[in-house]
Design a protein around this ligand. Sequence first.
Ligand code: ZN
Ligand code: ZN
Length: 197
Amino acid sequence: MADFDSVLERSINIHGHLCPGQILGVKMAMFGMEQIGLPVPDAGERERRLIVYVEMDRCATDAIQSVTGCSLGHRTMKFYDYGKMAATFVNLETGKAARIIAREDSREKAKKIFPERADPYEAQMQAYKIMGNEELFDIMPVRVDIPPEDMPGRPLKRIACSRCGEYVQDVRDVCRDGHVLCKACDNESYYVKIEET
Ligand SMILES: [Zn+2]
Ligand SMILES: [Zn+2]
């Protein structure tokens, strides 16, 4: 059974440094897995019965990845850019899901635990280490309806965009006025193509 310190160590190695986000993320992942009845996998292993939805792309996201073994590449980590310190853990076997949200008041509580420490960053980390899950997180029981095209495994569909000609997998294409488009061509592009002159 993985203990907090060894799991944190694993996370620091992957993320590159120790930070409050690592501690919070490791605790969030361990707590989330516990809520849905799954064990933390050994280092280098991944839990195939788990899909995790992360709501931020920050330090804690790396921690959640290192604890669970879930990743974008395995399609077992989904990123929803809500900018929130929260993640949802889904047990694919039972359907049980829990959304774990970092409590806003935990920041203030953490400050009061080691007020004598000169470095507030260090004080926050040490406080997060000893604070209980109930102090750090709220649990929201949820149901996540995962569409088949979001599941790991072979792509269910592959089709060319009628405008740019690029191929779109996994039912991410959109049908607009009878034409198949990729999301970029359907006005969801994050990039602007520079025309060569
Ligand atoms: Zn960090
Ligand atoms: Zn296109």
